[in-house]
Design a protein around this ligand. Sequence first.
Ligand code: HEC
Length: 251
Amino acid sequence: MKKRLFHSVALLLALTLTACNNIDNDTKAISQQAENSSEAKSGEYAKIGSGAHLVKFPKDLHKGILYTTFDRGNIHENIYINSKEAIEAVQNGEEFPSDTVITLEGYEDGEIAQYLVMEKRTGWGSEYSPKERNGEWEYQAFTPNKEVRKDNIGRCFSCHAGAALEQYIHSLAAIKNYDLGKVSESNNSSTTDSIASIPTKDWKVSDISAHLNDSNSKDVNTKKASLLDDKEKAEVIEDVLLTIYLHQYQN
Ligand code: HEC
């Protein structure tokens, strides 16, 4: 069984890499077309990701709401959102309000490895091509020292565009299902009781998992093992791509 799983993962990887090549070629073909087209005015739109500097490292990150976690092998992700109002908006079927900040805190072998931040503000993204922009979201990557990490921010846009129907948030379902009762409870007591405010910096991955509510955690590897229908294929390919992406910055 294990062997079969390994084979399917290897096959998937091969397929994914082929798919990437094709995408690259397609993109080249498309940009060639755009260059040849008389309608394409150069400099009409800002380069995608050029507004990344607008996104600062989120102050008080751990005072935000830790709404979900993911595990990808030796990578553990804590995902925070900065306001209860943003969760309420989504649960009421509305869009994220301006000033929403979502942060993925990525650990590798228990050590903080990176912070990936998305922030939405009214009017952001309007200088980008409508085909490339992700609504009003901007992205930025930070090192463990909370300094801006040199990165190809365009890739954040293209991968998150896959979640365009979920307001560009891959983990939107977890926000929709988040029990806000938990937040009011912790707000009523001292902030030191809130799980979101516990400094997890020095925790080992296993400690973190042990302290989280299971229903709120998604183990991506288990998911891969049960993947077998077509419906989940796209999601799994995305998972593999993200895992590769996160591993590039291995310390
Ligand atoms: C290859 C695809 C891919 C790329 C590239 C990518 N992401 Fe993501 N991102 C995901 C997926 C999928 C998730 C959901 C978490 C998971 O599955 O581990 C996610 C989650 C996030 C989250 C938490 C909110 C959410 O959407 O669930 C933030 C914030 C984030 N990414 C920021 C970034 C930033 C910033 C970059 C670029 C520096 C980036 N991402 C690049 C696929 C990608």
